[in-house]
Design a protein around this ligand. Structure first.
Ligand code: HEM
Ligand SMILES: N[C@@H](CC(=O)c1ccccc1NC=O)C(=O)O
Length: 276
C-alpha cells in the first residue's frame, strides 16, 4: 500500500503557511551555482566552496559567542561553544574527501575560467584568522576594493582576539600577563611570549588548582589541531590536483601553502609541552 502522509497528519497546504523552503530560503541557495564552463566537475568545485563558506559563517558566529562568554566569565558556556567550533572544523576537514575525487584532468578543463580568483581572497577565512588572533594586516589588501568586506575586517580588528580574551581572563584570575598583550586589540599576528608560556606552564603543572584555565587551554589546542589538519588537507589536495603550478591568486602554490603550515595560532600552548 502506498503511504499517504496526509493520513498521518502531515500538513500539505502551504499556500498561506511558511514551508521548509520558505524558512531556509532554499531558492536563494540553489540559484547561486553558476558554472562558467561545461566541465562536469565545476559544480562540485563551486558547491564545495559554498558549503565551506556556510560552515565558516557558523564558525564566526560561534567564535564571537565564545569570546563573549569568556569575557563574561561564563566558562561552561564557552567550553560548549568551543567544542562546537572544533566539530565544525571536523566537518570542513571531512569535506576534502569529496573534492579529492577531482583529478588534475578534471580540474584543468575549467581552471582557466577561474582567472585570478582564489581562496586566498576568502573574506570569512580571513575573519576567522583575525578572530582567533592571526592578524596579518597585509591580508586586508585583497579586500580594499570591497567597502563592506573591509568594514567587517576593520570591525573584527577592533575586538580583542579569542586568544587575547583568554589571556585577559587569565590576568583576571591573578596570573601574570604582559599588559601590552591584552590592553588593546592586536594589530599583528600573536608572537610567542615567555611570560605567557610561563603562565601555561603553571597551569599545566598543576591542573587541579587551575582547572578552568587548563580546560580552556586544551580547548584552544583542540581548535588549532583541527585548523592544522584543514591546512594539511588543503595543501595535499592542492598538490594532488595542480602539482607545483603557481596559484591563480599569484602565490607559488604548494610551496606557499607549505610555508603557511608553520603558522602557530596559540604558540605558547604548543611550546609549553616541551617543559612538562
Ligand atoms: C582543487 C582545489 C583547490 C586548489 C587547487 C586550491 C589552491 C590554492 C592555492 C594555490 C592557494 C594559494 C593562493 C593562490 O596563489 O591561489 C590557495 C589558497 C587558499 N585556498 Fe585553496 N585550493 C583549492 C580548494 C580550496 C577549498 C575547497 C577551500 C575552502 C574554502 C580553499 C580555501 C583557500 C584559502 C582560505 C586560501 C588562503 C590560505 C591562506 O591564506 O593561508 N581552497 N588555494
Ligand atoms: N587557487 C586555485 C584556484 C582555487 O582553488 C579557487 C579559485 C576560485 C575560488 C576558490 C578557489 N579555491 C581555493 O583556493 C588554483 O590555483 O587553481
Amino acid at each position: 500500500m502506498t503511504n499517504d502522509p496526509e493520513k498521518h497528519g502531515a500538513e500539505t497546504d502551504f499556500a498561506r503557511k511558511m514551508s521548509y523552503g520558505d524558512y531556509l530560503h532554499i531558492d536563494t541557495i540553489l540559484s547561486a551555482q553558476h558554472p562558467l564552463s561545461d566541465a562536469p566537475d565545476e559544480l562540485l568545485f563551486i558547491i564545495q566552496h559554498q558549503t565551506s563558506e556556510l560552515w565558516m559563517n557558523l564558525m564566526l558566529h560561534e567564535v564571537a559567542s565564545a569570546r563573549r562568554c569568556i569575557a563574561a566569565h561564563k566558562l561552561p558556556e564557552a567550553f560548549k561553544t568551543l567544542a562546537r567550533v572544533s566539530r565544525i572544523m571536523e566537518q570542513l576537514n571531512s569535506a576534502w574527501d569529496v573534492l579529492r575525487t577531482m583529478t588534475p584532468s578534471d580540474y584543468t578543463t575549467f581552471r582557466d575560467q577561474l582567472g585570478m580568483s582564489s581562496g586566498f581572497q576568502s573574506l570569512q577565512y580571513r575573519l576567522i584568522e583575525y578572530a582567533l588572533g592571526n592578524r596579518n594586516l597585509a591580508m586586508l589588501k585583497p579586500h580594499s576594493h570591497d567597502p563592506v568586506g573591509s568594514a567587517r575586517l576593520q570591525s573584527e580588528l577592533a575586538e580583542l582576539s579569542l586568544y587575547q580574551t583568554v589571556l585577559t581572563f587569565a590576568a583576571q584570575q591573578g596570573h601574570d600577563v604582559p599588559e601590552a598583550l591584552i590592553s588593546t586589540p592586536a594589530t599583528a599576528p600573536h608572537q610567542a611570549d615567555d611570560a605567557v608560556r610561563a603562565l601555561w606552564a603553571k597551569v599545566y603543572k598543576d591542573p587541579a588548582t587551575h582547572w578552568t584555565l587548563y580546560e580552556l587551554g586544551e580547548k584552544l589546542v583542540d581548535l588549532e589541531d583541527y585548523f592544522r589538519r584543514w591546512r594539511f588537507n588543503h595543501v595535499t589536495t592542492v598538490e594532488r590536483v595542480i602539482g607545483f603550478k603557481r596559484g591563480t591568486g599569484g602565490t607559488g602554490g604548494v610551496d606557499y601553502l607549505k610555508m603557511m603550515l608553520s603558522v602557530e595560532l596559540f604558540p605558547e600552548l604548543w611550546h609549553v609541552r616541551t617543559e612538562l
